[in-house]
Design a protein around this ligand. Sequence first.
Ligand SMILES: [Zn+2]
Ligand SMILES: [Zn+2]
Length: 278
Amino acid sequence: MIGDLHNHSFFSDGESSPEDLVLKAVEMDLDCLALTDHDGIGGLERAAVKALEFSELSFLPGTELTLEYKTREVHLLWYGLDYHSDEIKDFFRKLRKQDTQRVKRIIKRVNQAGYDLDYEEMLNEGAYVGGGAIVYFTLMRNGLKDYTEEDWRKYESIYAKASKEDRKIFPLMSLKEGVDLVHKFGGIAVLAHPFWPGSFFNLKELDNILEELPLDGVEIFHPDNLKIPEQISELLDFCSRNQLLVTGGSDNHRPSVNSKMGEVLVEGEFLEQLLKRI
Ligand SMILES: [Zn+2]
Ligand SMILES: [Zn+2]
């Protein structure tokens, strides 16, 4: 039994449609596919409907929440998400509204520095509204023809500054609030990619996190973690010691620039244990 439990569609900052992700998973003979777009549930219904055509594939609805732990950004995978629930829909609607406000502020800053970005135009192009990614995404698409390396560096520093300031106005939820939210709705809370360079957690810190919050699992099989292969067995010991679920996936966004679906998988017992809990 094999599954890829970390995938992004164009409902966040990925390139593929939810349907194409399902078709790809079937083509690759995966037993389980999870869609985990950032901070949103927009693609889940479409993926679930498509997956109904293939009895051999289980579809696992999810999302990847952007949270904060001691001033560091941290990502939490939420599996077993009931996207039909009005309360959950309402939560994500509010989150999206806040993100829209943030993105508009960032665009304003970027334009003040001499760019010419139009929010509505970006939306029409299907860009992601979460975080600053919409701006990033559009610049990237136009980048080859319109933007130089220097433009990029300039944009990145404006974005980093605007984003930091915005967090004072629109603070991220804490990791604890995120885990509580997932549990309130009966989902499974999995700490994503602990060795992601954006918020590297060593084993000691993972111990501390676990003392503070009731995580259900850790994503061990992930491209960033696999860059430090000698720590994978330690992470596996950590999970087994603490009776945590072990998950994994490719975290694919744009297959042309980063990992592809199926490049990192979770197999056998680990996958079965997760599915039993859903
Ligand atoms: Zn992530
Ligand atoms: Zn991701």
